[in-house]
Design a protein around this ligand. Structure first.
Ligand SMILES: Cc1cc2nc3c(=O)[nH]c(=O)nc-3n(C[C@H](O)[C@H](O)[C@H](O)COP(=O)(O)OP(=O)(O)OC[C@H]3O[C@@H](n4cnc5c(N)ncnc54)[C@H](O)[C@@H]3O)c2cc1C
Length: 403
């Protein structure tokens, strides 16, 4: 049975993440929003702290690197584990700044991919790397089964050829997890992920994107031309099993979508907290003991936003809790991402609206949060794609039956 309260066990961790967000991320939030593509060197110290916690065994989901689903670790046999800890601490960090969280060394979405799909030997070998994740290509975004980057086995190496776009941390990370097909004629079952170390001949960063939000995070185009990677860098099994289909590579999303939901939950909470303060300063007090319909329009709107936010937060906790309990959570991960992505955008933009010119101008961070939150409804699968996945799962239809 899921409890609706935050697990007591992780309240200290969440409290520490909140302190870090308030004291280390917020103060440099605007600086790196304005200095797009400049590396936030202040994060090095923070990343070293998280590394230290990991080495001491005290890090139970303090970063965004994700956790191994099949690890018989300290959380075996208990209901609240590292997935729950991760979403709670990420939400707190994103209360500070989403772009900076996405820029944290060794906490990339590629690290989550490694945590999800790598075997034990690979998990050990790639421990401590900073990995971006490269799925999207020109002409292939939502339809990730359609990727064209190829991986051809030649001796003991795979030879990669293709172009990847919009790779978060694509310039700064030291490794990239690349999705490529072993044989396009075999369809989605032939898509595998490969870990490619930066500096491997044949791999180059072509350009960086200018964006609406999360400007602290670098977003790169990477070209692979006859790029040779050791065959043991193929994550998981090299076998092409049409029965398993896309499941191997897609398992990554069951881990990463709750994390992205957590980012949206944290960013929206930041907007709600500041808006509540600003409304109070303007004489609007939200009264939880009276029905919304007898309160001012601004207070009623605030109550509705908080209810929406709570719904998103609960779905996020559920998806993570299921992962901790070894339960299949693809449906719940997509529900959490869909709800949190939409609610995050709606809330942050509504807060700008409620606060008027203060919301729209750079004196406060409200306008920034409305820009930052939009990406959380796009990457790791758009709003529409999450809804499609939920519909397929609920109706029991395959991707061929419901497109
Ligand atoms: C800042 C940023 C960072 C990113 N980081 C990464 C990263 O680290 N790694 C990576 O691999 N990718 C990354 N991406 C890419 C991102 O995941 C894709 O942009 C996203 O999956 C959508 O793909 P697309 O842009 O090609 O849009 P499209 O797939 O072309 O979709 C366009 C619109 O059509 C809708 N649509 C598409 N198919 C359907 C359907 N079947 N039914 C209903 N509606 C549909 C979509 O929801 C969307 O609204 C990033 C993108 C950005 C902007």
């Amino acid at each position: 049975m899921i409890s609706l309260d935050d697990p007591t066990r992780f309240r200290t961790l969440a409290g520490q993440a909140h302190q870090v967000a308030m004291n280390m991320l917020r103060p440099i939030s605007r600086k790196y929003d304005l200095a797009e593509h400049e590396y936030p060197h202040e994060l090095d110290m923070l990343a070293a702290m998280i590394d230290g916690l990991s080495e001491s065994g005290a890090n139970e989901g303090a970063g965004a690197a994700g956790v191994r689903r099949d690890a018989a670790g300290s959380d075996a046999g208990v209901t609240n584990g590292a997935n729950l800890a991760s979403v709670m601490s990420i939400a707190e960090m994103c209360w500070g700044d989403v772009g900076l969280l996405l820029s944290m060394p060794r906490q990339g979405l590629g690290n989550s991919a490694i945590a999800s799909v790598a075997d034990d030997e690979q998990a050990k070998r790639f421990a401590g790397v900073w990995a971006g994740m490269a799925i999207t290509e020109p002409g292939t975004g939502s339809d990730s089964a359609n990727i064209k980057t190829t991986a051809v086995l030649d001796g003991d190496e795979y030879v990669l050829n293709g172009e990847k776009i919009y790779v978060t941390s694509g310039d700064r990370a030291d490794h990239i997890v690349v999705w490529a097909t072993l044989d396009r004629s075999l369809g989605r079952a032939a898509i595998k992920s490969f870990v490619v170390a930066k500096g491997t001949p044949g791999m180059r960063v072509d350009r960086l994107e200018h964006k609406l939000g999360i400007k602290a995070s670098d977003t790169a185009t990477i070209i692979f031309e006859d790029c040779r990677v050791p065959r043991e860098n193929l994550l998981g099994s090299a076998e092409v099993d049409p029965k398993q289909g896309f499941a191997g590579a897609m398992a990554t999303f069951d881990n990463t979508r709750p994390l992205v939901a957590a980012m949206a939950v944290g960013c929206a909470k930041a907007a709600l907290d500041l808006t509540r303060d600003l409304l109070e300063q303007a004489g609007v007090v939200v009264d939880y003991d009276r029905p919304a319909l007898v309160q001012s329009a601004a207070a009623a709107k605030f109550l509705q936003m908080e209810a929406d936010w709570e719904g998103a937060r609960l779905l996020m906790l559920q998806a993570a809790w299921m992962a901790d309990n070894r339960q299949p959570n693809s449906l719940e991960a997509s529900m959490a991402k869909a709800k949190a992505g939409r609610v995050g955008s709606d809330i942050t933009l509504s807060c700008v609206e409620l606060c008027g010119s203060i919301g729209y101008t750079e004196g406060e961070l409200l306008e920034k949060w409305s820009r930052d939150s939009k990406i959380l409804d796009i990457f790791e699968g758009t709003q529409q794609i999450q809804q499609l996945i939920v519909a397929r799962r609920v109706l029991g239809l395959t991707s061929a039956q419901l497109k």
